[in-house]
Design a protein around this ligand. Structure first.
Ligand code: EPU
Length: 332
């Protein structure tokens, strides 16, 4: 366990914001965190890889980060393999481990930045798969009383980029481990057209080919945070009613859409591009030129610069399409 005061967070957020925290606590076992809970200076902010945060300034409180980095096979039932993974494992290291061990379920989620604990909180998703599809149990510690609590998949109340940990229980439980239910037999999910084509081109749906195909599609569309600060999709794709969708389609017959629980999902990247923002800048903040859903720090941007751009885009999309975009990134 380490505790540091007046700690830089510059290397701990993928937007590259040069901010500081009054205290940083890194814990590598549940007991370590529990032993410190009484003394932690509030407020508390839990972070993983900092890939979904936008710091608006210094954090006057304690940032806590799990460094639990174990991956353990708990057992097999038929084709199902239960694997217990520490919250601090880098998400893509876990995906790579699954590929090496012949376990199916997370290969479509290759190369998503961040760590396993935060992935379970955010319900990360890509190419037709979400973390919730393979999560069995989320093991946590209550920050109020130090009790340990396991959340079953249904108790996590997962939905598109949502979970109980982002809503009713926000900030109250620290994830220690996530137990995944993976498959020992092939279960390729190639519903996303571009992925299927790339996998075919590579010679067929092996675990390794699917992982490499996802990595190459992501590389072609999404900026590397080490080169250009960003937090992946800045906005969520809005789910609109059929009535709202028909209004858009009347003026834009080419609008892409996907069926979604509660309505029709429209890609926010498309809406933003149609408002003329793709590749455009506002000061040091910009809309990425290959994927309009991603806002980037061109160098030296503050949280306020990025927020000004985001707010302007939200205003323009509302004016043109009547849809209010919500952010996927959390402002801190
Ligand atoms: N599109 C545009 N212009 C753009 C971007 C997208 O017209 O600048 C349209 C295209 O028609 C495209 C469609 O939007 O066919 C969908 O684009 P894409 O496949 O790139 O996916 P997305 O809906 O923009 C979502 C996730 C990504 C995930 C991809 C692939 C959200 C908020 N984002 O993006 O997740 O990688 O699907 O499954 O749901 C992330 O969350 O950080 C992230 C990158």
């Amino acid at each position: 366990m380490t505790i540091r005061d007046n700690c830089s967070l510059a290397g701990r957020n993928t937007f590259g914001m040069d901010v500081r925290a009054d205290h940083l606590l890194e814990w590598s076992t549940p007991e370590e965190l529990i032993s410190q809970l009484q003394d932690i200076e509030k407020p508390v902010l839990m972070i993983g890889g900092g890939s979904n945060l936008l710091f608006m300034g210094d954090f006057n409180g304690t940032v806590i980060h799990s460094t639990i980095s174990t991956i353990e096979v708990l057992g097999r039932t038929g084709d199902n393999v239960h694997v217990k993974v520490g919250a601090g494992v880098v998400w893509d290291d876990f995906v790579a481990w699954c590929t090496v061990h012949g376990l199916w379920g997370v290969e479509n989620l290759s190369a998503i930045p961040g760590e396993v604990g935060a992935g379970a909180v955010q319900n990360i998703g890509a190419y037709g798969v979400e973390a919730k599809d393979v999560i069995d149990t989320v093991q946590t510690i209550c920050l109020e009383d130090g009790s340990e609590r396991d959340f079953s998949n249904s108790e996590c109340k997962y939905a598109y980029r949502q979970s109980i940990f982002k809503n009713e229980l926000k900030g109250r439980y620290a994830v220690a481990y996530v137990i995944f239910n993976l498959s020992g037999t092939p279960q390729p999910k190639l519903g996303y057209g571009a992925l299927e084509q790339e996998v075919e081109r590579m010679g067929g749906p092996t675990l390794g080919n699917i992982r490499q195909a996802v990595i190459s599609i992501r590389d072609s569309k999404l900026p590397d945070p080490k080169v250009l600060g960003n937090a992946g999709s800045f906005f969520m794709n809005p789910v609109v009613t059929e009535h709202e969708f028909n209004i858009i389609r009347n003026s834009h017959p080419d609008v892409p859409s996907y069926p979604a629980p509660g309505g029709i999902k429209v890609p926010a990247g498309w809406l933003i591009e149609k408002c003329g923002w793709k590749g455009r800048s506002l000061g040091p903040a910009a809309v990425y030129d290959k994927q309009a859903l991603v806002l980037v720090n061109k160098g030296g941007a503050t949280g306020a610069d990025i927020k000004r751009l985001a707010d302007t885009i939200i205003g323009d999309v509302k004016k043109k399409f009547g849809i209010t975009l919500s952010t996927e990134v959390n402002y801190i």
